[in-house]
Design a protein around this ligand. Structure first.
Ligand code: DGL
Length: 256
């Protein structure tokens, strides 16, 4: 059984989960974190549920072998397909998932028109289909699969013409009427917030990162696992890709 001094493990298919880690560090400044980006296997969002589960299990095994006391699945796609399996396999480890912030968006904009941007497989997962079904009577939900979008963040391209034209082609069919809110249902997308906001006018842009971080804090407290250290926590970043540029980019994104 891990103790309070052990690190919290985070993972994502690549660099996206760093948008969650940034928020978690603000809320839990004395915790140590290990961040595992599975960029060698990215994207997850166009893979089969079986493959996503297999990859997620392998990463979690590794984080636990490194002594993680809790695991944040900082990936909506991996949560959608694998979180139930992970919780079954590790019943004594707090496993915190990530899901598109459909609930807060629908509650904030009752009767509004809400765009949910996420990966194809995230939107196809049973968990996310059920989540959307629970709120479709509260607001008009437009679910938009965004293949190819996370790759811009992996390449460190957070602005520019190619990104703009990719976003244009994804959004054109749904921008026939304005949106009240846009849900960033993939942890890579908060890094593209500026580029997305340029195309969606005055729509509120919502991500679930603060909610996930609060959930992490609550679960650590409940399990008696919150660090009591008075020193600033550390972040160790690991990536499955051998490309050193990804580690450098990860640190840059964490500092944004
Ligand atoms: N960051 C992941 C998510 O939140 C998805 C990116 C991918 O397709 O791997 O869904």
């Amino acid at each position: 059984m891990a103790d309070r001094d052990a690190p919290v493990g985070f993972f994502d298919s690549g660099l996206g989960g760093i948008s969650v880690l940034r928020e978690a560090r603000k809320l839990l400044p004395n915790e140590d974190f290990i961040y595992f980006g599975d960029s060698a296997n990215a994207p997850y969002g166009t893979k089969s549920p079986e493959r996503i589960t297999e990859l997620s299990e392998a990463v979690v095994r590794r984080l636990l072998a490194m002594g993680a006391k809790a695991v944040v699945v900082a990936c909506n796609t991996a949560t959608g397909e694998a979180v139930d399996t992970l919780r079954e396999r590790y019943p004594n480890v707090p496993v915190i998932g990530t899901e598109p912030a459909i609930k807060p968006a629908a509650l904030a904009f009752p009767g509004g028109r809400i765009l949910v941007m996420a990966t194809p497989q995230c939107l196809a997962s049973r968990r996310v289909r059920e989540l959307a079904a629970r709120y479709e009577s509260e607001a008009e939900l437009v679910l938009l699969p965004c293949p190819g979008l996370m790759e811009f963040v992996e390449r460190g391209e957070l602005s520019g013409r190619a990104l703009r034209s990719h976003l244009d082609s994804l959004l054109a069919p749904v921008l026939v009427r304005p949106f009240d809110a846009v849900v960033l249902g993939c942890t890579h997308y908060p890094f593209l917030r500026g580029a997305i906001a340029e195309l969606t006018d005055s729509a509120a842009i919502i991500d679930g990162n603060l909610g996930i971080s609060r959930q992490l804090k609550k679960r650590l407290d409940e399990a008696g696992l919150r660090s009591v250290s008075e020193h600033p926590g550390t972040v160790e970043i690991i990536n499955s890709s051998a490309d050193p540029a990804l580690l450098e980019r990860s640190r840059m994104l964490l500092a944004l």
